[in-house]
Ligand binder design. Structure first.
Ligand code: 0WD
Length: 268
């Protein structure tokens, strides 16, 4: 029997086919999940680029719902979960794969980050998980699994990751608190800490290409991860295979996070 047969869930954060959320979706679909999606609101309703980009991917896999949702807006979140209730009745899982920082604040230095930029980054990248958990738990009377995407820059200083590192630290902390609060309802909350993957968002991170090559040189597996590996771990965390795992930050990074100094053979 398929791992996700009979399970229903929402995926936040597909921008295009490079998105990590799409790689997770592909795995969930393969294992028989019923899926709903959100996309960023379109500025010009006459030319709905965002919706079209997401629909091109999710319509062929039988998306049960596709809703416009800016996670900064409570009314958008309320509408998304109202549509999910109408469509699915109940939910079994949610994928939170959303992050944003204004470019001028992201590029650093951290001490130069604007107050507004900090608030926006934290609102979209951290508060949105709490806001989503609040609404999702009401649709999970029989328990469920919620995952978010994070990066090592939340645990250690990764030059160039800047304000997003601060966001990921807060996000990972919120995963622990949320796991504790929702545990009695049999809802698990975990973070998947991915190695660097080329996507629309990561292209905004300074020196991203040198980060990629450093993983190949430094990581115990002496290679970087590919997005399919991240997708498969997403599937694991959302399925009953991980039924005893909550409050965890699980690294899918070829082991990079355990290293404290470059291995002897490392060439940069
Ligand atoms: O190397 C990487 N790519 C890594 C990414 C390594 C480790 C973690 N991550 C994390 C990111 O920080 C993020 O949390 O994975 C998550 C997904 O990132 P991604 O797949 O790399 O990036 P992308 O394909 O751009 O998806 C992020 C999406 C947005 O895409 P764009 O590029 O259009 O900003 O987050 C969504 C949006 O779809 N998003 C929002 N959704 C709702 N409301 C909002 C918003 N206000 N802002 C951004």
């Amino acid at each position: 029997m398929s791992l996700m047969a009979g399970k229903r869930g929402l995926v936040f954060g597909i921008a295009n086919d490079y998105s990590i959320a799409w790689a997770i979706t592909e795995q969930l679909h393969k294992e028989g999940a019923a899926l709903g999606f959100t996309h960023l609101p379109d500025r010009d309703p006459a030319n709905p680029k965002m919706e079209r980009r997401v629909r091109k991917l999710v319509d062929p896999i039988g998306a049960k719902m596709v809703v416009s949702c800016d996670v900064q807006k409570d009314e958008d979140l309320d509408r998304t979960f109202a549509v999910a209730k109408e469509t699915f009745g109940e939910l079994d899982f949610v994928v939170h794969s959303v992050a944003y920082a204004p470019l001028e604040d992201l590029k650093g230095p951290v001490y130069g980050c604007s107050r507004e930029g900090f608030k926006t980054s934290m609102d979209i990248s951290v508060f949105s998980l709490m806001a989503i958990c609040k609404r999702a738990q009401a649709l999970m009377p029989n328990g469920g699994s919620i995952i978010t995407l994070t990066y090592l820059g939340g645990e250690r200083v990764i030059p160039g990751y800047n304000v997003m590192g601060l966001c990921k630290a807060a996000l990972e902390s919120s995963v622990g608190y949320l796991a504790n609060e929702l545990g009695q309802k049999k809802i698990r909350v975990n973070a998947l800490s991915a190695g660097p993957i080329k996507t629309l968002s990561s292209s905004a991170v300074k020196d991203f290409d040198s980060m990629l090559s450093m993983y190949g040189a430094m990581a115990p597996l002496r290679r970087n991860v590919d997005v399919e590996e991240v997708g498969k771990t997403g599937l694991y965390l959302l399925s009953d295979m991980s039924s005893g795992v909550t409050g965890e930050t699980l690294h899918v990074d070829s082991g990079y996070h355990v290293m404290g100094a470059p291995p002897a053979d490392a060439k940069f």
